[in-house]
Design a protein around this ligand. Structure first.
Ligand code: ADP
Ligand code: MG
Ligand code: ZN
Length: 470
């Protein structure tokens, strides 16, 4: 009966070494107020100089998200008073942002339109401690992009899928590490509610500074219920800015919503306009790597990787790089994918570990193992066992392969071994003949044990069936 309408504003810190207007480091953490200078603390007489790399990263982000890049854009002052901003204005962009009009396509086929991407400086951080508010300016002046969408989301799931895709894309093009837990990716949720079928939007509220996917989803669900309750009891939603509490998943009023007039935006006279020459645009376009969606399609259609596996591999840039390196010269990249997903991913389960993917086994070592398997020198079972040992120790396949393993399985023995298993297990054979399909697995198991896992289980099963005659 009610429908939610959601638009997201996402702030992403760019991976430049230095800040947007000075040469202070952007490194996360550090003793409070040690990564600062007169420029990023807004001292009188200091002058900002725009970091070229920040502009290039922002353009790359825009290209990766299908935006038009404006050849001319302008930095503007956005005024507000808060202790995290010593100048009392933030240098941002307003009327002429760097990028406009991109999109992200969701798995349900819906397109989320990106209104704009602009560059701006991050503010400092308030630290509440022992009844005091302390201020750390290390983060002040770190370059940000703000990615604003149209109000195109209709569910919390769509919003979180979009954020995950955004994260994967921006990491793939290496403009940000997008770590929500470190605040290098943060999200504001704008939400309104309307009766299904209505075309006009309802009054929206904005929930600020969400720093995990779960918080985004919880804030959306909570606000949706709250709006629906107000509207269905005949009330009116007030336009305001709200705060989300991760402890209990609720939101509370922070302040009335300010509007653009309150910020008194005007072009910053200290910074010349940004002009993007054609050569720069062409270079950045040419340097754009294959994007995650395209990679996923290629893995599925050209490499024959099952879609779910391909999704896992392309979600984390270091994993897809590892996979591609390990697959060089291999006949079946699918086999490499399956080793990574089943054996490596079961050992590294946290998002952070997968994102920083640094396995003890090198891509070359995995490739060597898969080549041994493909050449028929070892069986799949032996390969699995050996790979587990490799992952435990960081050593190569040859350190674990016994002479027996390498002697492999003499295929001419297949029939006699299968016949022996049949002769030794008359009851199982009878069960199978009587219609118990699963009984065949017990016979396969017997042959596999007899060959210490070196036979090919699929070939064994086929041979057993042939001999039993069914
Ligand atoms: P502001 O600059 O005041 O935050 P914008 O008009 O730039 O406002 O919109 C900010 C975000 O709010 C955008 O993501 C936009 O899609 C979203 N938005 C605007 N109107 C609505 C609405 N009625 N319901 C939900 N989201 C909205
Ligand atoms: Mg806003
Ligand atoms: Zn500085």
């Amino acid at each position: 009966m009610f429908e939610m309408v959601v638009g997201l504003e996402t702030h992403v810190e760019l991976s430049t070494k230095t800040k947007i207007f000075c040469s202070c480091t952007t490194q996360f953490g550090g003793e409070p107020n040690t990564h600062c200078c007169p420029i990023c603390t807004g001292q009188p007489g200091s002058l900002p100089v725009l970091n070229r790399q920040a502009v290039e990263y922002a353009i790359t982000a825009g290209l990766a998200l299908g935006c038009r890049i404006n050849k001319r854009s302008v930095m503007a002052r956005k005024h507000y008073v808060y202790p995290d901003l010593p100048k009392a204005y933030q240098i941002s962009q307003y009327e002429q942002p760097l990028c406009e009009g991109g999109k992200v396509t969701l798995s349900n086929g819906r397109e989320i339109r990106i209104t704009r991407i602009h560059i701006e400086e991050d503010a400092g951080k308030l630290v509440h401690q022992g009844g005091m508010a302390l201020i750390d300016y290390n983060r002040g002046g770190v370059p940000l992009i703000e990615i604003v969408t149209e109000p195109d989301f209709r569910s919390a799931e769509e919003a979180t899928e979009y954020l995950e895709k955004l994260q994967t894309i921006l990491r793939a093009v290496k403009v940000s590490d997008c770590r929500m837990q470190e605040g290098s990716m943060r999200c504001d949720v704008n939400i309104s509610v309307r009766r299904k079928g209505e075309t006009a939007f309802g009054v929206r509220t904005e929930v600020k500074n969400l720093n995990s996917f779960t918080s985004v989803a919880q804030a959306i669900e909570y606000e949706f219920e709250r709006h629906v309750d107000i509207i269905s009891s005949g009330g009116v939603v007030e336009q305001e800015t709200r705060h989300f509490s991760a402890e209990d998943g609720t939101t509370s009023s922070l302040r009335d919503k300010e509007n653009a007039d309150d910020y008194r935006y005007f072009p910053d006279p200290d910074i010349i306009e940004i002009l993007v020459p054609d050569e720069v645009l062409e270079r950045l376009q040419a340097e754009l790597p294959e994007l995650p969606d395209a990679k996923l399609r290629r893995y599925v259609s050209e490499l024959g990787i099952p879609e779910d596996d391909a999704k896992m591999l392309t979600k984390y840039r270091p994993v897809s790089e590892y996979f591609e390196k390990a697959s060089e010269g291999v006949q079946q990249p699918k086999t490499v994918a399956s080793f990574i997903i089943t054996q490596m991913f079961s050992r590294i389960q946290t998002e952070a570990e997968r994102e920083n993917f640094s396995p003890g086994t090198t891509a070359e070592q995995l490739r060597e193992l898969v080549l041994l398997l493909e050449s028929g020198k070892i069986s799949r079972n032996v390969a699995k066992r050996v790979f587990a040992d490799m992952l435990d120790t960081g050593k190569s396949a040859h350190d674990f392969l016994t002479e027996e393993d390498l002697a492999g399985f003499d295929a001419s023995q297949l029939t006699s071994l299968c016949q022996a298993a049949i002769d030794e297990n008359p009851k199982t054979v009878a069960d199978y003949k009587g219609g118990k399909e699963k009984a065949i697995k017990a016979l396969v198991g017997a042959v596999m044990r007899a060959t210490k896992g070196r036979a090919d289980a699929i070939a064994v099963e086929a041979e057993l069936k042939r001999l039993i005659g069914q």
